[in-house]
Design a protein around this ligand. Structure first.
Ligand SMILES: *Cc1c(COP(=O)(O)O)cnc(C)c1O
Length: 490
């Protein structure tokens, strides 16, 4: 399996890359994102055989179609090591590894069924663990083989940073330097990250806001000499291995819900950077019988706007609204280019022109109206995509309604998913909402909605009182460079 860039020059010999070659990198050299040259297909016989597999074995079957340059025995060892009951099952689902990403019925009305797939039983209680844990093991494996080291440098407002740190803690050859806005994360999120005592994890609390942190990361990345010398890498959501690891739970959700392959299911996905639902798109392109892919956004509705109108209009980062589903607060959706590449029949020249227009003119228009950049919006339905939006009052109402009717507390992002899913239900097609976090992470809003606290899984009872280790710093690029150099000794 070889990989191409979404901006690959048509006509010119595309620069093909293997899975391992793109594993540690971010963007392709031409500024595009990597995708497989063609999507591997699954047969009905494979789906039948996979229906009863435990999660780790299913992950191996799916991943080996993409990571063809990793010896199969090694890949199997990596998936077995990653997807264990110890890592993925908290007290809620017990210690049964077969129960990784369990699907349950939330409500049934006639032949309309709304289901929840639990993705947030990993160490940081959000779905990002599902992919990040595998990434940690893949990185360690690859670096080990090459006797290389890697310093991961990033900025976080919460979920990504903690998932990355828990995935990389104690890993040979890897250090993590994570910037976060000082005093801006929830007490729970601070405790999760700052209580890590592993010597390879470095938390820097920056006096400023998230955008200041991100600007510092950009400034350091633009210093190519420093970046190369310090072996700086990233684990952001455009990383291909993260996307492909997420494909697995769409298979799991489908297989757990159906008994034969003539049946279809739909998925509703709380979305920000389009990474999670992009994995659903890939599963569908592989032949998994998915009917609809429902994009659920919060007040930051860049994606909902596109899927309703065909106009992609990114916001300035200062226009990003701070909401009560903060992990979906984005001004542009970094994985969206992957879908546009497929929507445009993989015409790299046009993708490059459109995303150049995003930089220069703030967006593009595929509505087909006079003066637009194309009419491909008319084909969006062929890919199953529909969308909707949920705002703070909807979120509170959905949390209250689900709690009153089903006695279950769902998190704010999942509530956005449930709200929008209910608008797209169809007879005879189960709708699976991906649960992307546990409510304990966003307890302030749970208290606002219900007047009570969300339960914390075992082991998280008192994390705020654990000793914390972090460095406070001004938003100063020279300072952070000195800090990195000091710890890498490179
Ligand atoms: C990251 C995140 C999302 C958004 O996922 P994308 O892949 O960026 O679309 C939704 N919910 C939670 C809880 C998250 O952490």
């Amino acid at each position: 399996m070889q990989y191409v860039s979404t901006r690959g020059q048509a006509g010119a010999q595309p620069e093909l890359q293997s899975f391992s070659q793109i594993l540690l990198g971010g963007l392709a050299p031409d500024g595009g994102l990597y995708l497989p040259q063609s999507y591997p297909q699954v047969s009905g016989a494979e789906l039948d055989a996979w229906r009863s597999l435990p999660y780790a074995a299913l992950a191996f079957e799916v991943l080996k179609k993409f990571a063809t340059d990793i010896p199969q025995a090694d890949l199997q060892a990596l998936t077995t090591k990653t997807y264990t009951a110890q890592v993925y099952c908290n007290a809620r689902v017990g210690e049964d590894a077969a129960q990784i990403t369990p699907v349950s019925v939330l409500e049934r009305e006639g032949d309309r069924t709304l289901m929840l797939q639990a993705l947030s039983n990993g160490p940081t209680l959000a779905f990002k663990d599902m992919a990040m844990q595998l990434l940690g093991n893949l990185f360690e494996y690859t670096l080990d083989k090459e006797h290389a080291e890697l310093n991961i440098f990033g900025a976080t407002s919460g979920d990504t940073g903690s998932a990355a740190e828990y995935a990389m803690r104690g890993k040979r050859g890897i250090r993590v330097f994570m910037l976060s806005p000082h005093g801006k994360m929830s007490a729970f999120q601070c405790a999760q990250m700052f209580s890590l005592q592993d010597p390879n994890i470095h938390n820097v609390a920056v006096r400023g806001v998230f955008d200041d942190c991100q600007d510092m990361v950009k400034a350091v990345s633009n210093d190519l000499h420093f970046k190369t010398r310090q072996k700086i890498g990233t684990v952001n959501s455009i990383n291909w291995a993260r996307v492909v690891a997420q494909v697995v739970y769409y298979f799991r959700g489908y297989l757990a819900t159906t008994t034969d392959n003539a049946q279809k299911v739909s998925f509703a996905v709380p979305s920000g950077n389009f990474g999670n639902i992009c994995a659903g798109h890939i599963a569908r392109m592989m032949g998994l019988p998915i009917d609809r892919l429902v994009v659920a956004t919060n007040e930051n509705d860049v994606l909902d706007e596109f899927f309703r109108t065909g106009v992609y209009r990114v916001r300035k980062s200062a226009e990003t609204l701070h909401t009560t589903s903060p992990s979906m607060d984005i001004s542009k959706a970094s994985n969206f280019e992957r879908f546009i590449f497929d929507l445009l029949c993989r015409d790299g020249d046009r993708v490059r022109a459109l995303f150049h227009k995003v930089e220069t003119a703030g967006g593009f228009d595929l509505s087909g109206k006079p003066g637009s950049d194309g009419d491909e919006f008319s084909r969006v339905g062929d890919f199953g995509f529909v969308s909707g939006k949920s705002v703070h009052v909807d979120r509170l109402a959905t949390i209250r309604d689900v709690h009153a009717r089903h006695g279950l507390i769902i998190d704010t992002h999942t509530a956005d998913g449930v709200k929008v899913a209910r608008e797209h239900m169809q007879s005879g097609v189960p709708m699976i909402v991906l649960e992307t976090a546990l409510p304990a992470k966003f307890n302030e809003t749970i208290r606002e909605a219900l007047g009570r606290d969300a339960e914390r899984p075992a082991g998280f009872d008192d994390i705020e009182s654990l000793p914390q280790r972090f460095e406070v710093m001004d938003a100063d690029v020279a300072n952070v460079k000195a800090f990195i150099l000091n710890h890498t000794g490179l």
